[in-house]
Design a protein around this ligand. Structure first.
Ligand code: SF4
Length: 272
């Protein structure tokens, strides 16, 4: 059972895979520009196609299964989709839709004036981003992990977050948290930092702002509160009490839950 739970923990969804691929392709495009190479919409679309084929294919061939796993590959390094794991229907259509949205994201960005401005700026003003790790900083003793997409100090200190989905109320808070990380890492004053959420589809839309002191204090308090809520139900040592984890109130949440295969209160994805 423990192994099965681990198998489920490694599941992702097509929407998440799509986002991860778009972010990876944009990071690659920025690396190319840093090294003086040109980037075209056609090139980034081809990169998206290749990555989706490779990673979707891994999941479709069930490479995550113990009987199929290539020697030397860790389960956590293999793409396994909720959609395949729970045998959702219409997989070809779902994969095609994911590819189309990912294409739209990178094409909209690379063809935009927003991108042109970045590409024509000096890479010496770009902040070093640790792509392979989750850097962290401290908020009153709580270690907070962040993953900034891109930051530069070309004119004004700016942090950019690429968004492959629709906007939501958390986006602003997330960017404010990044500004707090930038203060710890680069000594950037949060209230003087431009924070930009770049929504990549259906049309490119850039929403930028600088946070106020009040907003920063609210985000700081929110982190502490949610950390406390987590500690209240999950002890640092020993097993958690299952009674503290009631089943989801909205069964819609079950549709994309990785653990629906072992949850007694579940409604399976295939029933939606
Ligand atoms: S109730 Fe639904 S969301 Fe909660 S663990 Fe079970 S399947 Fe997942």
């Amino acid at each position: 059972m423990r192994w099965r739970i681990y198998e489920m923990r490694c599941l992702t969804t097509l929407t998440m895979l799509r986002g991860q691929i778009v972010h990876g392709v944009i990071a690659g495009a920025l690396r190319s520009i840093r090294y003086g190479q040109s980037v075209t919409p056609k090139m980034v679309k081809e990169s998206v196609t290749a990555l989706i084929r490779e990673q979707y294919g891994e999941s479709a061939r069930k490479l995550w299964h113990i009987d199929n796993r290539p020697p030397g590959r860790k389960l956590s390094s293999i793409t396994s989709l909720v959609e395949h794991y729970y045998n959702l229907p219409n997989m070809n259509e779902r994969a095609r839709d994911a590819q189309q949205v990912a294409w739209l994201c990178v094409e909209n960005l690379i063809s935009s004036d927003f991108w042109k401005e970045i590409a024509e700026g000096s890479p010496s003003t770009w902040a070093e981003i640790e792509e392979e790790s989750f850097p962290s900083f401290d908020i009153d003793g709580i270690q907070v992990y962040t993953k900034i997409d891109f930051a530069h100090s070309n004119g004004k200190n700016t942090i950019i977050d690429w968004k492959t989905g629709a906007s939501n109320e958390q986006d602003r808070k997330q960017l404010i948290l990044y500004s707090m990380y930038a203060k710890a890492k680069w000594e950037w004053e949060p209230c003087e930092t431009t924070l930009a959420a770049v929504y990549l589809q259906p049309e490119l839309k850039v929403e930028q702002f600088s946070p106020t002191e009040d907003e920063i204090a609210q985000v700081r308090a929110g982190v502490k509160e949610s950390f406390q809520q987590m500690m209240d139900v999950e002890p640092a040592y020993g097993p958690a009490d299952v009674a503290n984890f009631p089943i989801a109130e909205s069964r819609r949440d079950c549709a994309w839950c990785r653990f629906q295969g072992i949850c007694e209160g579940r409604v399976l994805s295939s029933e939606f």
